[in-house]
Write a protein that binds this ligand. Structure first.
Ligand code: AMP
Length: 278
């Protein structure tokens, strides 16, 4: 496995490669969720490139940029074991310039739910993903696929929209949410949880499970579903419970095979998100 820190170095390397590229962008502190994306990329492509970059522009003032877990050594080991060809860990100076041209998230989908609670967050996400796509797909006429988790459903939808709106030559591959055996969706931020907080956090996935049972009983309206979910999550600070269609338009009733039910909440100081695709 080759570890590359500079943009120009990666571009030179990519020039020499042949075949399809599977690309997995991450912020590191890798867990089984990330690994599932890497494995899928490995199965479906000739070359696998993983990036690890804690992107400052997607963190808002007062968020956890400084304390975001960084595990360079362990991450390298995980990537090597997963047969990654190139691990791209760019330095900040090789990625960002001064007074940059800005990319803005769309006015509605970019500013509801996660975008409402974290205004500007998606501008930063789209900015870094656009940069990474351009770097990794540089000079590559062959197939270029990028892998994203459904865990960050709004992010996945907005990146898919950016690819469409800006005619970017990449296929976006959505990947299922990986959970711990107790149901908690894996996240690099789970390490912030104390034992007690983790127990409380389990109510998030439990409430989603309950919701999917209700859907199976043909209870599809948001009010009824939300009421039961709130009861299950009574010990955490719920930020939102929402239903959107697969293009992230808000809806009040589940449309089977076209809906996402989303939750965001705070347990102690840790903000968690989870969802199910229905
Ligand atoms: P992050 O390092 O948090 O930016 O995540 C990198 C990629 O991994 C994103 O596409 C995430 O959606 C995805 N990811 C994170 N957690 C999970 C999970 N539990 N299951 C599936 N994908 C995930």
């Amino acid at each position: 496995m080759l570890v590359v820190n500079l943009v120009e170095e990666l571009k030179e390397k990519i020039k020499e490669l042949n075949g399809s590229i599977g690309f997995v962008p991450t912020m590191g502190a890798l867990h089984e969720g990330h690994l599932s994306l890497i494995k899928k990329a490995r199965d479906e492509n000739d070359i696998v490139i993983v990036s690890i970059f804690v992107n400052p522009t997607q963190f808002l003032e007062g968020e956890d940029l400084d304390k975001y877990p960084r595990r360079e050594k362990a991450d390298k080991k995980i990537c090597k074991l997963a047969n990654v060809d190139i691990l791209f860990m760019p330095t900040i100076n090789s990625i960002y310039n001064r007074d940059e041209l800005r990319i803005e998230a769309p006015a509605i989908r970019g500013f509801i739910l996660e975008g409402a609670k974290r205004a500007g967050h998606f501008d930063g996400v789209l900015q870094i993903v656009m940069k990474l796509f351009n770097i990794v797909s540089f000079n590559k006429p062959e197939k270029f696929r990028a892998y994203f988790g459904k865990k960050d459903a709004q992010q996945l939808t907005l990146i898919t929209q950016m690819v469409k709106d800006y005619f970017i030559n990449v296929e976006i591959i959505p990947c299922d949410i990986i959970r711990d055996s107790d149901g908690l969706a894996l996240s690099s931020r789970n390490v912030y949880l104390t034992k007690d907080e983790r127990l409380k956090a389990l109510s998030i996935s439990r409430s989603l499970k309950r919701a999917s049972k209700l859907v199976m009983q043909n209870i599809l309206d948001k009010k009824s579903i939300e009421k039961e979910m709130r009861e299950i999550m009574r010990d955490i600070e719920i930020e939102y419970i929402a239903i959107v269609d697969r293009e992230f338009n808000s809806i009040d009733k589940i449309e089977l095979k076209n809906s996402i039910l989303l939750v965001a909440g705070k347990v102690g100081n840790t903000r968690l998100i989870d969802n199910i695709w229905i």
